[in-house]
Design a protein around this ligand. Structure first.
Ligand code: FAD
Ligand code: UDP
Length: 403
């Protein structure tokens, strides 16, 4: 039986960052497995039949305010500057989202200045003593009419519940602006991996101490190898065989299409809050900067069943999760990390941060000789910092043993 220091379940951001750090930073041997046929988790991208780079699981835009996280990932990829812009199709027109001065002037047919827009919003807003739900967050800032046009329908489609039944944190992700800034994010670091996410993950995992096993569930892997510690990044309820019931996750169906035209829409993402079954259309060339005579897009259809993509932030679900977390905390040698294992609506950078924090803790227990703060050592490989490209993996990706 092959023996490893660590078995890591899931080759997304959480699992891959930990594999990279434990191997490269602490000299630990790692087997990382995934039931999907690829690394990268939900951030996986690939070239489609037309030769266009697409994100299999919907648009992934990297943004962070953490220099540490940006610099850490910069060891494995060069970047392309990209600031995300989104429009919402409302009443047959495209308006900037987040709601900004142009949205307000467009919807209300005004010509307000920034200062006047703030006063105008105050006349629309319905103040609310405590911002408990996702409805409260929006209505207290922009009033009911803009809430109905831009948020209610989208949220009901996306989450399958009314915003009044969802925690405030969901719509609080989207700010309201009275200036003309139409960027989706205002983070300090807004970049896309220049050669795509998968290439970045390949570079991360290309280490002699890391073995990768794809197309296999960890429940089969654990019978075939020995390991000292387990890092689990899958759904936490599944780990405990649904002992306290199923934790609700929202799923999506992605419909990818390619079109015989150079461009499909004016920005990367157009949201459809009130029409159609899908929530948004993403055109990848805006994100990747690729030049091509044709263009590929994806429509996202929210689903109750299917792969778990979004933890659903509601008090009842938080209570179920708390019970699973209590079980998890009492399991020596097993570590839960990532969006599904900690049931958190986390962006990629937050998952990287969470994984680096766990690494720091683990490194202290078995690594006396290496980094003090967990991740400031240089990579030991031959990766250049600028213009780096996908390095062909030197170690083979293992195939699951079939019974
Ligand atoms: P995942 O990427 O889900 O990886 C977990 C892996 O574990 C999966 O590959 C799964 O197959 C594997 N696994 C689970 N159970 C098992 C098992 N039993 N055996 C073997 N393998 C198993 N974030 C941003 O910052 N910007 C964005 O623009 C953005 N857009 C998003 C759009 C969509 C549609 C979605 C769904 C998410 C988006 N995110 C975005 C969030 C981002 O995808 C996550 O923060 C990040 O990918 C989570 O990484 P993870 O490693 O925790 O989980
Ligand atoms: N949202 C909305 N209308 C929009 C954009 C967002 O109602 O035009 C709400 C919706 O509930 C969505 C949430 O805000 O799920 C968070 O949006 P975000 O773009 O961050 O979602 P993600 O990219 O994570 O799917």
């Amino acid at each position: 039986m092959q023996t490893y220091d660590y078995l890591i379940v899931g080759a997304g951001f959480a699992g891959s960052v930990l594999a990279e750090r434990l191997a490269r930073g602490s000299g630990q041997s790692v087997l990382i497995c995934d039931r999907r046929g690829h690394i990268g988790g939900n951030a996986y991208d690939h070239t489609d039949a037309a030769g266009l780079l697409v994100h299999k699981y919907g648009p992934h835009i990297f943004h962070t305010n953490s220099r540490k996280i940006f610099e850490y990932l910069s060891r494995f990829t060069a970047w392309r500057a990209y600031e995300h812009r989104v429009r919402a199709s409302v009443d047959g027109k495209l308006f900037p989202v987040p709601i900004n001065l142009d949205t307000i002037n467009g919807v209300y047919d005004r010509n307000l200045s920034e200062a006047k827009a703030g006063e105008f919003l105050k006349t629309l807003a319905e103040p609310c003593a405590t911002l408990r739900t996702s409805e409260d967050v929006v209505v207290s800032q922009v009033g009911r009419a803009l809430y109905e046009k831009f948020f209610r329908g989208y949220t009901r489609k996306q989450w399958g519940v009314d915003p009044s039944d969802l925690d405030a944190q969901v719509t609080a992700r989207i700010p309201v602006r009275t200036n003309r800034d139409d960027r989706y994010f205002t983070d300090e670091f807004q970049w896309m991996p220049r050669h795509g996410y998968t290439s970045m993950f390949e570079n991360m995992l290309d280490h002699s101490k890391i073995d990768i096993l794809l197309n296999v569930d960890y429940r089969d892997v654990k019978k075939q190898v020995q390991y000292r510690e387990l890092i689990y990044t899958g759904p936490i309820d599944e780990y405990f065989e649904l002992r306290y019931g199923k934790l609700p996750y929202r799923s999506l169906e992605f419909k990818h299409t390619t079109h015989d035209q150079e461009w499909f829409q004016p920005v990367a993402v157009v949201n459809y809050p009130n029409e159609f079954e899908f929530t948004r259309i993403t055109e990848f060339k805006h994100l990747t900067g690729q030049q091509h005579a044709r263009t590929s897009v994806v429509h996202e259809y929210p689903r109750a069943e299917g792969d778990p993509y979004y933890p659903i932030p509601r008090p009842a679900n938080a209570a179920i999760y708390a019970r699973y977390r209590a079980l998890a905390q009492n399991l020596p040698g097993v570590h839960f990390v990532g969006r599904l294992a900690t049931y958190r609506y986390y962006n990629m950078d937050q998952v990287v941060g969470q994984a680096l924090t766990l690494y720091k803790k683990l490194a202290r227990t078995h690594d006396k000789t290496k980094t003090s703060n967990g991740f400031d050592s240089e990579p030991d490989g031959t990766l250049g910092r600028r213009g780096m490209h996908h390095q062909p993996r030197k170690r083979p990706i293992l195939q699951p043993a079939r019974a």
